[in-house]
Design a protein around this ligand. Structure first.
Ligand code: BGC
Length: 364
């Protein structure tokens, strides 16, 4: 698996390596060489996933520092009006490229359009802004993420040997295009099973703003509503998964009902080691940050690069030049690979109660 990560890394690099710089010195580009390159980044929040502060900020910072480029990374903390204020301040402060993780497409679009009108180049980072105007989109193949979740749940349900299992969906935020893509992915695996009456479709709900506390309430209601008959939970990320697990624990059902996740965060990995979570999806955020930083640095200098790929914005109808990276499924057996890749540390995962489980899982 370690090899797998390296292979994925190499693909990412190859994709970027094949980009050809085509400098834009037509003079109509306000982000041209007459301005000092400066990159602004707006992260969405720090609660829906720990990744934004613990991985994205860190890896972006490292990439900008290595390139010796000026930057300003801020977090909107889930507040859409703060998001817009930060963007305005960044534009006023003279950023020449702006990278955003939108909180919804409406405010994202307003920010991108304003930046564009001021000659600031833009990138959609991780989430595509529907109907937006970003010059690039850098993310993972989010449908592939959903497929891994669907396949992972099938694997765990098969191990569980439950007849015609009832599967509940705890989807991501309805305002996040990624949540739609994740669902398309897991539906493509699970719907055929529902249609064939092999599995039964249980409750299916989205969690506003990926709010973990709300997710627990929603899942509690699902469990009540079904009289406790939920055999598997397709949860869209580790935070939502942990919310479901906390409710399952109260009902002595943890470990009996497989739950999926995403982000390979320390808590998700601990839940996997404990047997309470079936799997997670690891996205090597360093690759994403590096790819986005490379594009942002070029844009900030007034250059354009080829990504060799586009994604269709279903709302705006645009083909947006994109970099899409490959995710990896993580089960108990390969939790160690996430640590070996340097994404989380042994110290974060193998705390007191988990030390023995870590040793058993070959984490040394
Ligand atoms: C990201 C996930 C993250 C979720 C909540 C999604 O857009 O792709 O990695 O868990 O947002 O922040």
């Amino acid at each position: 698996m370690r090899k797998g990560f390296l292979a994925v890394g190499a693909v990412g690099l190859l994709a970027l390596g094949s980009m050809t710089a085509c400098g834009n010195d037509s003079g109509d580009d306000q982000a041209g060489s007459d301005q000092t390159p400066k990159i602004g980044v707006i992260l969405p929040d720090s609660k829906s996933s720990v990744r934004w502060e613990s991985a994205d900020r860190k890896f972006l910072e490292e990439a900008f520092k290595a390139a010796g480029v000026e930057y300003d990374i801020q977090n909107a903390q889930g507040d859409k009006s703060a998001f817009q204020t930060i963007a305005d301040q960044m534009i006023t402060s003279g950023v020449t490229a702006l990278m955003i993780v939108n909180l919804d497409s409406g405010t994202g679009k307003a920010v991108l359009d304003k930046a564009k009108s001021q000659g600031v180049a833009t990138i959609d980072y991780d989430r595509l802004t529907l109907g937006g105007s970003a010059e690039y989109y850098v993310s993972f193949d989010n449908e592939a993420v959903g497929k891994l979740q669907g396949e992972g749940l099938v694997k765990c349900l098969t191990d569980q040997k439950v007849e015609n299992p009832v599967v509940a969906y705890l989807n991501g935020s309805p305002t996040d295009n990624n949540a739609t893509l994740f669902k398309n992915g897991y539906d493509s695996i699970l719907k055929p099973k529902f249609d064939a009456n092999e599995y039964t479709k249980g409750p299916d709900q989205s969690v506003p703003d990926w709010d973990n506390a709300q997710a627990a309430t929603i899942f509690e209601q699902m469990l009540t509503q079904t009289g406790g008959k939920i055999d598997g939970v397709l949860s869209a990320n580790d935070g939502l998964g942990n919310a479901a697990i906390s409710v399952l624990k109260k009902n002595n059902l943890n470990g009996k009902v497989p739950v999926t996740g995403q982000d390979a965060d320390p808590q998700g990995l601990q839940n996997i080691l404990a047997g309470d979570q079936c799997m997670t999806v690891y996205k090597a955020v360093k690759q994403e940050a590096d790819a986005a930083a490379e594009l942002a640095i070029a844009l900030a200098k007034g250059e354009r690069k080829e990504t060799g790929q586009t994604v269709k914005d279903p709302e705006g109808g645009r083909d947006v030049p994109a970099v899409l990276l490959t995710p990896t499924a993580i089960f108990k057996e390969n939790v160690k690979d996430v640590i070996a890749d340097g994404y989380v540390t042994k110290e974060q995962v193998c705390t007191a109660d988990f030390a023995t489980l870590c040793t058993e899982a070959g984490i040394s």
